[in-house]
Structures are given as structure tokens and as C-alpha cells.
Design a protein around this ligand. Structure first.
Ligand code: PLP
Length: 406
């Protein structure tokens, strides 16, 4: 048990205040609980987990095996191998349409590692950093750990950025803004106009932008995702891109990602990681390099499947009477369930749903928005249909007084 209470007899051996204040990732905790119930023999449907249900592409697997078989699995430079950094720079230049050099890339163990490295390298104690709600579970915790004061800004009803509110949240202490498009948990993809407005705001107030683009490849309709680096040279000079292999290439367990930033910041992250973690896993670096060389054919197939499931799940949720903002990207639906909540909020809703119907989904409270729940559709259509039946049964039982009264 990770968070057992401290032994009162052993006062020396207790975690420090900074770690004690951290909360365990809700999504990982829920995933663990769902797996525990499944291990007890219960027929659990796990829609809490944020990872593709596809295997990594064949080319990725063979590159990993070849790297192991070469016998040359050694330390690499802290910032990653020269060849992978070159491949990432070329990939960014192609996909963002803005020239990048290898010196601006630091390879990390994952996007999460890149994000925490970037925050630790940028934040001074007490800096305020804007976080747009709903926000992925780790942003607030990472920022706090880095010494920042996260300032959460609610979004519009369609879960897009509320530019007036964001501008109003800027104070003299604001140093940065963290954006995530496509968004986990809402699936919202920012428009070019929104990205431009946010970049201009950052420029006006001299803020850095950390742009988490891990779901960039997973946009199913309309205009593709836009990065602040595409807005202008000035925006590019204040932006750190976070990206990686987990979602686009179904490589979650490989743990590989990167940050791309002006050289001084990229190298500061590498310096930090040289002391904390050494270097990224060499086998995964080789596998990722292969994925970037030419997009594996499996990726388009995976995206097509996600798109199909997206339409099915959103239609099903809407049919159940749950208002669901239309997700253009990522692989999550984020329906509103406020009419079904009791005093325990979305956490209690999800607890009951898991215990009663063996269906694991994530409470919106984990993302700072308590009126919703997140369902991952990185699971088969047949599973989505079974989940719909369970959710329907659950909602029927939970019919809220406000609904019955209508
Ligand atoms: N950023 C967002 C928005 C995510 O949803 C996730 C994973 O769920 C990550 C970053 C981390 O990705 P990685 O697996 O590369 O650490």
C-alpha cells in the first residue's frame, strides 16, 4: 500500500511535506481498483484507462526487439540519442510547419516526464500558472510540486477556452499558461483562432506557454490541431511543446516522449534529467525513432476505429439524456451527470457505478469539473455497447428527484 499512514513510532521515516501533499493520480488509482475487482472474478468493464487498446505498430515492435538483440543497450546522452532528436526535429518541422533543430529537443521517459521537467525548469516559487478546466489530472499536482500556484480557469459550456475569463485571471504574478489540445478529458480541439488569441495574450503579459500536444494525431474532423508555435515566431519563442509516443503510436508502456523548446529551456530540462533520471530508455528511443521514420500503416486504422467508436458512444450518451460536448479529438467522452449526483459528487457517482455495475469511469472532479464523468472509448464497440447497458441500468436506478419531478 503506497499511502499507508506514517508509523508514529518511526518519526524519522516519513515522506516530506511536498510529497505528502501530492495526491495519487485518480485515473491510475481507479484503474488499479478496477483491476483488483477483475482479479476477484468480477466482470469489470474498464473505461477509466487512458490508453489505446491496440498493439504498438509492427515496425515499432521489431525496432525494439532489434535494439535489444543488438546488445548495445547502453546509457545515451541525457537529452536522447542524436538520431532520435534529429527524427523528432524533422517530425515537428513537418507536422507543425515550423523549422525545428535537434538542439531544441530533449527526449524524455514519457510526455509526463517531459511535462514535469519543463515545469520544474520554468517555475519560480510562487509563480501563478493558468490551467484551463477541465484539466488533465496531473497538471495541478505537477505545478504545485514545482512550487507554482495553479490558477484554474473554467471553460465555456462547450468546454472550449473562455478567453475573457482567462484574460481576467492574469495577475502580476502570472508567469505561464498550460494548454492541452486535443483535451483530456473533454476531447475539445482548439480552433486556430483560439490558439492565436491565447498566444497573443501570452505575448501581451510575457507568459510562457506549455502546450501539451500528446493527442495531436487524434483529431477526427474539422481543422487539424494547431500549436502556438504556428502562430508566430514570437509565440514559438515562448512555447514548450510536450508530445510523445503513447497515444499516437499506442506505445504507452514504452514510456517515451519529448519536449521541444527554445534551446536554453530544452537543455535545462536535459540538465535536470541528467541528475534525476540519467537518460531515456534506449530501447524505447530506437522504437520511437522507427515510428517517426514513416507513419506506420496501423496508425490510420487505429484513428478510424476511434472515430467510429466516438460517434457511437456520444450518440448513446445523448440518447441516455446526458448532455455530451462534442469531442473532435482524443479518445474520451465527457458527459454531464449533474442531475444524478448526491453530496459526494462525481466521485460518489463513479464509486457506485463501479461497485453496482462493474463499470469503471473517471469522476469529473479529478479534472476540476464535478458535474461530469469521463469515459474512455479506447475499447471495442461491443464493450461500449455493454457499458451503455450498464450505465442505462445505473441511471434508471439513480433517477434523481429533480428528474422524477419533471
Ligand atoms: N498529457 C495528457 C493530456 C495525457 O492524457 C497523458 C496521458 O494520459 C499524458 C500527457 C502523458 O502521456 P505519457 O504516457 O507519454 O506520459
Amino acid at each position: 500500500m503506497i499511502f499507508a499512514a506514517a508509523d508514529p513510532e518511526n518519526l524519522a521515516m516519513r515522506p516530506n511535506q511536498r510529497v505528502q501533499k501530492l495526491s495519487l493520480s485518480t485515473t491510475l488509482a481507479l484503474d488499479a481498483r478496477a483491476k483488483e475487482l477483475a482479479a476477484q472474478g468480477r466482470d469489470v468493464i474498464n473505461m477509466a484507462v487512458g490508453e489505446p487498446d491496440f498493439d504498438a505498430p509492427e515496425a515499432v515492435q521489431s525496432a525494439a526487439v532489434a535494439a535489444v538483440r543488438s546488445g548495445k543497450v547502453r546509457y545515451t546522452p541525457a537529452e536522447g540519442t542524436a538520431s532520435l532528436r534529429k527524427a523528432i526535429a524533422a517530425h515537428l518541422t513537418e507536422t507543425r510547419g515550423v523549422a525545428f533543430t535537434p538542439a531544441e529537443i530533449t527526449v524524455c521517459h514519457s510526455a509526463k516526464h517531459a511535462l514535469s521537467g519543463a515545469c520544474l525548469a520554468l517555475v519560480e516559487p510562487g509563480d501563478e500558472v493558468l490551467v484551463l478546466l477541465p484539466a488533465w489530472v496531473s497538471y495541478v499536482e505537477i505545478l504545485r510540486f514545482a512550487g507554482a500556484v495553479p490558477v484554474e480557469v473554467p471553460s465555456r459550456a462547450d468546454l472550449g477556452p473562455d478567453l475573457a475569463r482567462i484574460a481576467a485571471a492574469v495577475t502580476k504574478k502570472t508567469r505561464g499558461i498550460l494548454i492541452n489540445s486535443p483535451c483530456n478529458p473533454s476531447g475539445y480541439v482548439m480552433t486556430a483562432k483560439e490558439v492565436r488569441a491565447l498566444s497573443e495574450l501570452a505575448e501581451q503579459h510575457d507568459l510562457w506557454i506549455v502546450s501539451d500536444e500528446i493527442y495531436r494525431r487524434l483529431v477526427y474532423e474539422g481543422e487539424p490541431n494547431v500549436s502556438p508555435v504556428q502562430v508566430s515566431e514570437r509565440a514559438r519563442a515562448r512555447t514548450v511543446i510536450i508530445d510523445g509516443a503513447s497515444k499516437a503510436f499506442a506505445m504507452t508502456g514504452y514510456r517515451i516522449g519529448f519536449c521541444a523548446a527554445p534551446q536554453e529551456i530544452a537543455m535545462s530540462v536535459a540538465k535536470l534529467h541528467s541528475q534525476l533520471t540519467g537518460c531515456p530508455n534506449m530501447v524505447s528511443q530506437a522504437a520511437y525513432e522507427n515510428a517517426l521514420a514513416a507513419e506506420p500503416r496501423e496508425v490510420a486504422h487505429m484513428c478510424g476505429e476511434f472515430d467510429r467508436r466516438r460517434r457511437v458512444i456520444v450518440a448513446a450518451l445523448q440518447k441516455l439524456g446526458l448532455e455530451t460536448p462534442w469531442p473532435r479529438g482524443a479518445f474520451y467522452a465527457f458527459p454531464r451527470v449533474q442531475a444524478f449526483l448526491d453530496a459526494r459528487g462525481s466521485a460518489g457517482f463513479c464509486e457506485d457505478l463501479l461497485e453496482e455495475q462493474n463499470l469503471a469511469v473517471v469522476p469529473g472532479s479529478a479534472f476540476g469539473v464535478d458535474d461530469s464523468i469521463r469515459l474512455s472509448y479506447a475499447t471495442s464497440l461491443a464493450t461500449i455497447e455493454r457499458a451503455r447497458e450498464r450505465l442505462a441500468a445505473f441511471l434508471a436506478r439513480k433517477q434523481s428527484p429533480s428528474r422524477t419531478a419533471r
